[in-house]
Design a protein around this ligand. Structure first.
Ligand code: PEP
Length: 250
């Protein structure tokens, strides 16, 4: 039977967005009012817009989060943004371990776990990303890779209120390609079993997001999959109409 888990639809703006883009955030917040009774929604703009986006959405149901945070709490880490700084800017969540940081910036699962720990300590919800590369998928190693990333990235004793898992096949991010619905279902069921093994009963409550080329026109069939409890959306979160279409589907 499908579990009653409140969905989360999260948008990752990556390195996109300047001051004028805040108007899109305002439109998303406005459109969310028709759906906020049944799901949560989050936009993660670049760090430079965190405070302004938080001010813009004050009093609305749209949450604002960061795309990354430091493994450290404070100190001589030039360029890093700490979890407490995200909170100070009005953020309530942070994405950690996105593949663009794992692959592109050499972050290890140990780094991701430290970031998630700092986030949760600061009171943020940590959205921990996992996902296999195309070669790993072709080699038939997807489950092995996902299990290892979960074991090494998810802090012990994680609670469902504080931690969300986003499954994002690296080869599906920004490519317009997605796994088949059957494959998403199979892998989300695998991730569910794995988080129950890791966290016990709490693992039954964790939100499992799918990410990778989610658009308004494929969101409904993805949303219908058991054990998909929301989406992490890149490109289609930049325009309010596209993102609201996905919110509607969930
Ligand atoms: C992402 O960056 O997390 C992502 C899923 O991107 P896109 O939706 O553009 O594939």
């Amino acid at each position: 039977m499908r579990q009653q888990i409140r969905p989360l639809v999260a948008g990752n703006w990556k390195m996109n967005g300047l001051g004028p883009s805040l108007s899109e955030i305002a439109l998303i917040a406005e459109g969310l009012s028709d759906h906020q009774h049944r799901l949560d929604a989050l936009i993660c703009p670049p760090a430079t817009l965190l405070a302004a986006a938080s001010a813009k959405t004050a009093g609305t149901a749209l949450a604002i989060g960061a795309q990354d945070c430091s493994t450290e709490t404070h100190g001589a880490y030039t360029g890093d943004v700490s979890a407490a700084m995200v909170v100070d800017s009005g953020g309530s969540a942070v994405i950690v371990g996105h593949s663009e940081r794992r692959q592109g910036r050499g972050e290890t699962s140990a780094d991701v776990k430290r970031k998630a720990e700092r986030a949760v300590e600061a009171g943020l919800q940590a959205i921990i990303c996992i996902g296999e590369t195309e070669q790993e998928m072709l080699d038939g190693r997807t489950e092995e890779v996902l299990l290892r990333q979960l074991q090494e990235s998810v802090p012990a004793g994680s609670q469902a209120v504080a931690v969300v898992i986003a499954y994002e096949p690296v080869w599906a991010i920004g490519t317009g390609r997605t796994p088949s619905i059957d494959n998403i279902a199979k892998l989300h069921a695998f991730i569910r079993r794995s988080v129950i093994d890791l966290l016990g009963d709490e693992g039954r409550k964790l939100r499992l997001l799918y990410g990778g080329s989610v658009k308004a026109d494929n969101a409904a069939e993805i949303a219908a999959i058991e054990d998909v409890n929301g989406a992490l959306v890149g490109g289609a979160s930049l325009k309010s109409g596209d993102f609201l279409g996905i919110i509607k589907a969930f």
